[in-house]
Design a protein around this ligand. Structure first.
Ligand code: AMP
Length: 220
């Protein structure tokens, strides 16, 4: 299964990608996580990436493409992968298709997770992320057992710099202007399904499974 989850920040792509990845035994590949790992290295490249991310802007394509390409070449992504947060524009989508073509591979499906902007702002302002394993929580809707501590690995939970309300609004604008056109792009290719991202995590997961029905099982 080679799946892309498309959607605005806070649509639940990360949560769903992780759950489906565990179900199918394939990795979640989140470009945001790859970039945050570079930022943590404290290099010139990391500082450059952070200067875009902190403002809610997209990081230049060449860096993102390099990171995603290297990740998809790893052994564990051979049977399939779930892309989360990538591609974010048509240039990235075309680069992805070309990269897969080289191995005679194609995407199986692109699922857009639809959530209204106001719901997103509400979700993201309470979002907390684990510094160590990137697991996500919400202070009201999905709190950890012990405040500030990750249930899964005991890591420290923090609020991402770009999860501040003003930056979230900028990220939503960037999504509307730059990423939303990908829906039409993938629709033309016959790959797109749209699901309602409002509701409990398990309900949204079921909708995604229904949307990929026919290609969902087996994943390899
Ligand atoms: P995310 O974790 O997907 O919400 O991404 C956080 C930030 O990382 C975004 O606001 C962008 O600044 C950057 N980013 C993540 N994925 C991409 C991508 N595919 N292209 C460009 N920038 C990205």
């Amino acid at each position: 299964m080679r799946l892309v989850l498309l959607g605005p920040p806070g649509a639940g792509k990360g949560t769903q990608a992780r759950a489906l990845g565990a179900l199918w035994g394939i990795p979640q590949v989140a470009s945001g996580d790859l970039l945050r790992a570079v930022v943590r290295e404290d290099s010139d490249l990391g500082r450059e990436a952070a200067s875009y991310m902190d403002r809610g802007q997209l990081v230049p394509d060449d860096l993102v493409l390099k990171l995603v390409d290297a990740r998809l070449r790893k052994e564990d992504a051979r049977p399939g992968f779930i892309l989360d947060g990538f591609p974010r524009n048509v240039t990235q989508a075309e680069a992805l298709a070309k990269g897969l073509e080289r191995y005679k591979l194609k995407l199986d499906k692109v699922v857009a997770v639809i959530v209204p902007d106001e719901e997103i702002v509400k979700r993201i302002s309470g979002r907390r992320t684990c510094r160590n394993c990137n697991a996500m929580y919400h202070v009201m809707f999905e709190p950890p057992a012990k405040p500030g501590v990750c249930d899964k690995c005991g890591g420290e939970l923090y609020q991402r710099e770009d999860d501040a309300e003003e930056t979230v609004r900028e990220r939503l604008k960037v999504f509307a202007e730059t990423t939303r056109p990908l829906l039409a792009h993938y629709d033309r290719l016959g790959l797109l399904a749209q699901v309602n991202g409002v509701g409990r995590t398990d309900e949204v997961e079921k909708r995604i499974l229904t949307a990929v029905n026919g290609v969902a099982v087996p994943p390899k």
